[in-house]
Ligand binder design. Structure first.
Ligand code: ZN
Length: 240
């Protein structure tokens, strides 16, 4: 049994399609998503449709809830705010309903999902280091917790230093709880422009961080054509 975990799609259809294709080649049995389906990119509707069709579970990201006015826009920088306004104007009622209905946390036997932190999921704070992770571990009910939000693929093991991961296989060794940042499909920020995701192999008890090429130029052109801030197109080429 294998689970693909994706997140921070950010309305980047080209990256999402590449990742879904790669997950198919990886032979995953199911896909789940840690949120931020929309925001920054130019294809919110198409990404919502694909994520709804392909992901068994999706939790809410701050951009998802900002696009439906459940999170105030003042938490975002100018370019992000412009993209949120642009996105909000393009959502139909069904897409708005779906984004509004996403839960902040999902817990099941094998793992938990959250966008930002289990400590205070609705506050959308950031976990950058082991100190930030401590309070989240206290609220994490399962051995494995998957999250996103920083767009940095990383593994945090309760009580150990952080490990940033690139194409890395990480063994699952109970009983220490693990927080796994799955990286970003649609806006990587670790200086690698390739789309990121994670595969959890339940039988082999390991997590694999994966990257896949996608048509960055096409995604950037869509952003430019949409009239979204140009910086949002440029950063895709740098992976930042
Ligand atoms: Zn994000």
């Amino acid at each position: 049994m294998k689970t693909g975990i994706i997140g921070d799609v950010h309305a980047n259809l080209q990256a999402l399609e590449s990742v879904l294709k790669a997950l198919g080649e990886d032979g995953v049995d199911e896909i789940v998503c840690v949120g931020d389906v929309v925001g920054y990119g130019a294809d919110p509707g198409a990404c919502i449709e694909l994520v709804r069709a392909r992901c068994r579970v999706v939790v809410a990201g701050n951009h998802d809830h900002a696009a439906v006015k459940k999170v105030p826009p003042d938490h975002f920088n100018a370019a992000a705010r412009a993209a949120i306004t642009w996105t909000a104007q393009r959502l139909n009622d069904d897409e708005r309903w779906w984004l509004s209905s996403l839960p902040l946390v999902h817990v099941e036997e094998a793992y938990s999902l959250v966008h930002s932190s289990f400590e205070s999921p609705g506050a959308f704070g950031y976990i950058f280091n082991p100190e930030d992770a401590g309070p989240s571990f206290e609220k994490q009910e399962t051995l494995l917790g998957f999250f996103g939000h920083t767009h940095w693929p990383a593994t945090l093991i309760d009580g150990e230093p952080i490990t940033h991961s690139l194409q890395t296989v990480v063994p699952i060794v109970p009983p220490a709880k693990m927080l796994i940042n799955v990286g970003s499909v649609g806006q990587p920020r670790d200086s690698n422009p390739q789309a990121g995701y994670v595969v959890l192999d339940h039988d082999e008890k390991r997590i694999t961080f994966c990257r896949t090429e996608y048509d960055v130029k096409a995604a950037a052109s869509r952003i430019t054509e949409a009239g979204l801030p140009q910086t949002l197109a440029e950063r895709l080429f740098m992976g930042y």
